[in-house]
Design a protein. Structure first.
Length: 547
């Protein structure tokens, strides 16, 4: 192990004032002689995804102390996608990814922590933490707080996805408000992140496949009886990483990012992973573009039957063998990359046995779908590319007239009032990284379409993005976005729009070049203005770079 980074903060005559202040926090000379391990916690009280992370942190710290380190916990923010969905607060979600990365980089860097454990839960905390750790490039482990357990309603497992879709059903008169409240009361029974293969569970799996998270610890649901012990072991693990000088730059590589993309495709995971993996690659200095995502998805079958497109929840996935079983079944499509445990990915996957009888994870020989859960399209509406979600439906083509909305709330109201017709293509624009700003998710709209019985009869395109819980023929991340002068801003009501997955096309016969693209009129201030002035295209991961 090389000399501790923290020595610059704690050792020598000139550092006496710093030591005096650190001793006021309860640390001793003995503590300060040990490696200082930052515990970057994304605990927040507003969401079940992260509410248990303070408790989990105590077990991580106990493991660090036992292994010879001094843990120092600090906090960063989280924004709950599920709670802010459909409100102006949703604009803060993607922006929070950058704030999380910045704050971890700043706090851990300023205080000279020798290594870091990041505790993560809700969607943006996972990529945000990894981005910050990649920038620091000090030994680090990411521990996912785990999935919520499913609720039970009418003899079925339910998640928050079902509540969003029930809102549309209620507006359409298919259920009453009393039934909606019964579902609302039962869907989320405790701590943990949303329980399907939505963004949090998708990104937790991607973190395991990139090697920066221990897969078996990540797999455990939030309230699993072994979760606390797994956190304790992570405390030991980060000390071993420090001893070996095992840094994120060694783990996050072209091969491990390709593994992560393969895992997302094979599980029908959230299309948000595309944004986040592009951003992580950019931070790591690894070349990655949208074409690579499409290349991998074409050759990767869906072998996990998970919500929102399938039948099972994240805890079911864990019980079926979890990421270890998935890696074994996908081994012919993956590279045997290093992991934070010190063991290789393939070795790690074989440490825990899968049950002989399970229905959640299949094989590449008997897939649930022959190709991955997303595709990348191009065309005169999206010359830089866009993402179509393929899980949750079997449609490959749709042509219909555009119904254009300048914001999400107008589209939601049109669905609620019954003005959307079968065959329509909803176009929601000026909701991209700059135009939102913050590229809000469209789950309130997409779930309302499903609830209204239109999920398999219309399509939607947007320069915004979708929740991992979205299903249906939905095309997002259209780039360039309208606010950057992209041609989606030139589409008009009635233009025929064609979506063709097989041909990778998003196209209209309308002469877009002759039309003006109206710039956004909203006046931004504060963090929103800062973000909009620096954020890059969704085709580059919507990273905020200094200009």
């Amino acid at each position: 192990m090389t000399q501790q980074t923290s020595y610059k903060l704690t050792q020598g005559v000139s550092r006496a004032p710093a030591r005096a202040m650190l001793k006021a926090t309860g640390l001793s000379d003995h503590d300060l002689a040990k490696p200082l391990i930052g515990i970057a916690n994304t605990w927040i009280e507003v969401t079940p995804c992260n509410i248990h992370l303070r408790e989990l942190a105590e077990h991580v710290k106990r493991g660090v102390r036992e292994a010879g380190g001094t843990p120092i916990e600090f906090n960063t923010i989280a924004v709950s996608d599920g709670i802010t969905m459909g409100t102006p607060g949703m604009n803060a979600s993607l922006i929070s990814r950058e704030v999380i990365a910045d704050s971890i980089e700043l706090c851990a860097g300023a205080h000279g922590f020798d290594a870091i454990v990041a505790l993560v839960g809700c969607d943006k905390t996972i990529p945000g933490a990894i981005m910050g750790l990649v920038r620091l490039n000090r030994p680090a482990v990411v521990l996912y707080g785990g999935s919520i357990m499913p609720g039970r309603h009418q003899e079925s497992d339910v998640t928050v996805q079902d509540v969003f879709e029930a809102v549309g059903a209620c507006h359409a008169g298919r259920i009453d408000q009393a039934e909606l409240q019964r579902l609302e009361d039962r869907a989320c029974p405790g701590a943990g992140a949303c329980g399907g293969q939505f963004t949090a569970n998708t990104m937790a799996g991607a973190a395991s496949l990139m090697g920066i998270s221990p897969m078996h610890a990540n797999d455990l649901p939030a309230r699993h009886p072994d979760k606390n012990h797994a956190a304790f072991e992570v405390g030991h693990m980060v000390m071993r990483c420090l001893e070996r000088d095992l840094k994120p730059s060694y783990l996050i590589t072209q091969d491990s990012l390709a593994n992560a993309i393969t895992g997302v495709a094979a599980t029908g995971g959230s299309t948000n992973a595309i944004l986040h993996l592009l951003a992580i690659a950019a931070e790591a200095g690894v070349s990655l573009d949208l074409a690579e995502f499409d290349r991998i998805a074409v050759h990767t079958p869906v072998i996990a039957d998970l919500k929102p497109g399938g039948r099972y929840t994240a805890p079911d996935f864990t019980a079926a063998g979890g990421m270890g079983k998935l890696v074994q079944e996908l081994s012919g499509l993956l590279q045997d990359t290093p992991t934070v445990t010190g063991r290789s990915l393939f070795t790690e996957s074989k440490l825990k046995h899968s049950p002989n009888e399970q229905r959640v994870i299949s094989s590449t020989a008997k897939p649930f779908k022959p190709r991955g859960g997303f595709a990348i399209l191009w065309g005169n509406i999206a010359p830089e590319g866009c993402v179509v979600k393929l899980s949750g439906h079997d449609r490959q083509k749709h042509t219909g007239p555009a119904v254009v909305f300048e914001d999400e709330s107008s589209a939601f109201e049109a669905i609620r009032s019954g003005t959307i017709r079968p065959g329509d293509v909803l176009v929601i624009r000026n909701v991209g990284p700059k135009g939102g700003p913050g590229m809000p998710e469209m789950l309130a709209v997409t779930a309302a379409l499903v609830g209204a019985g239109l999920g398999d009869r219309v399509a939607l395109i947007t320069d915004g993005r979708f929740s991992g819980a979205t299903r249906g023929l939905m095309v997002g991340h259209v780039a360039p976005e309208a606010a950057a002068g992209g041609p989606i801003g030139q589409v008009r009501d009635g233009d025929l729009i064609s979506i063709d997955v097989a041909q990778r096309q998003l196209h209209t016969d309308a002469n877009l070049e002759t039309r003006a693209c109206l710039p956004p009129t909203q006046k931004l201030t504060g963090v929103y203005a800062k973000y909009a002035s620096h954020v890059q295209s969704a085709s580059r991961g919507a990273v905020a770079l200094a200009t």
